[in-house]
Design a protein around this ligand. Structure first.
Ligand code: NAD
Ligand code: UDP
Length: 317
């Protein structure tokens, strides 16, 4: 395709990250073709975009082939929260494997760049800390998280084989825990869970002792990283970690959210889910050197934005 606005496909564009990415791409003057089957996506995430003539929506399951024209493809379609991806694990694996094959086939026919939203879960329960991209991971191939972890690992394999075999221009982002407005209210992810519990004065559910760690990145920072990766120099494929190295225990997260929400909720303990990684923090030197990217949003400021979002949602009823 030629000059003028670029047409950008976002699979999973009605999801949490995809809808923020759509906002950013439209804001720079390009067109967005959002491809989503609404498995975990929400119409409210993209409701504000329907009047925009540069925005188009196709309800489509990426496990089936797609025939459209575009200039580049961001491939995000895949449920990301453990309770969602474990609800129909076979479909999760199909989405990663068949979905990637279909989108890679589309990119090959069009001769365009394609970016894969991979994950820190490819490192499993890591024995190397923080995690550099060179670490191959410690993943259980037959556990309850495997449909997601192994699916994403297989998708990375497919991306690199299409690159080696067909010369396709690929970009692989390994995304670490991200939070912000438009997270799904029922996805059980820790930031949204704790905020909803805190705002409603319910007990905050710490799984295990709460001494496992995660490192949380605000969604706007992640989106900036995805855009920088897509526009990175020809031949740079990644994989590249995108996340915020600001690591904390889940207990500390709970205490910070209670304070930020002005809540009187108490901490209660629940069993630790199977294969729950004990620690996670990205080494982002590659992203800094190659993309000139690093997250800038202050964690507490991002939390306030997210609390305000859920507060408004609860007020709607
Ligand atoms: P999300 O669940 O909000 O969004 C995923 C979107 O993909 C949804 O809109 C869903 O309806 C759509 N989808 C799922 N299966 C599909 C299918 N078969 N066909 C078409 N659409 C389908 O999740 P998210 O947090 O926005 O994550 C987006 C991507 O980023 C995912 O690929 C996820 O694995 C990756 N990622 C996210 C995080 C994070 O912390 N949010 C971390 C690591 C990786
Ligand atoms: N977690 C928790 N309470 C909750 C939800 C999650 O203690 O209500 C923990 C969970 O066990 C994990 C961490 O928070 O150790 C992050 O969980 P999430 O599902 O958000 O993401 P992931 O495990 O995929 O990083």
């Amino acid at each position: 395709m030629t000059a003028g606005p670029r047409r950008v496909i976002i699979t999973g564009g009605a999801g949490f990250v995809g809808s923020h990415l759509a906002d950013a791409i439209l804001a720079r003057g390009d067109e967005v073709l959002c491809v989503d089957n609404f498995y975990t996506g929400q119409k409210r995430n993209i409701a504000h975009l329907h009047a925009n003539p540069y925005f188009e929506l196709i309800r489509h399951d990426v496990t089936f082939p797609l025939y459209v024209e575009a200039d580049e493809i961001y491939h995000l379609a895949c449920p990301a929260a453990p309770i969602h991806y474990q609800r129909d694990p076979v479909q999760t694996l199909k989405t990663s494997v068949h979905g990637s094959i279909n989108m890679l086939g589309l990119a090959k026919r069009l001769g365009v760049r394609i970016l894969q939203a991979s994950t820190s879960e490819v490192y499993g329960d890591p024995e190397v800390h923080p995690q550099p991209e060179s670490y191959w991971g410690n993943v259980n191939p037959i556990g309850v998280r495997s449909c997601y972890d192994e699916g994403k690992r297989a998708a990375e394999t497919l991306f690199f084989d299409y690159h080696r075999q067909h010369g396709l221009e690929i970009k692989v982002a390994r995304i670490f825990n991200t939070f912000g407005p438009r997270m799904h209210v029922n996805d059980g992810r820790v930031v949204s869970n704790f905020i909803l519990q805190a705002l409603q004065g319910e007990d905050i559910t710490l799984y295990g002792e709460g001494d496992q760690t995660r490192s949380f990145c605000y969604v706007d920072d992640l989106v900036a990283g995805l855009l920088a990766l897509m526009d990175s120099r020809q031949g740079f494929c990644g994989p590249v970690n995108l996340g915020n190295p600001h690591e904390m225990t889940i207990r500390a997260l709970a205490e910070t959210i209670i304070e930020a929400a002005g809540s009187r909720s108490r901490l209660v303990h629940k069993p630790l889910p199977a294969d729950d990684p004990q620690q996670r923090r990205p080494d982002i030197s590659l992203a800094e050197n190659e993309l000139g990217w690093r997250p800038g949003m202050d964690f507490k400021a991002g939390l306030q934005e997210t609390i305000a979002y859920f507060d408004a949602l609860l007020a709607e009823g």
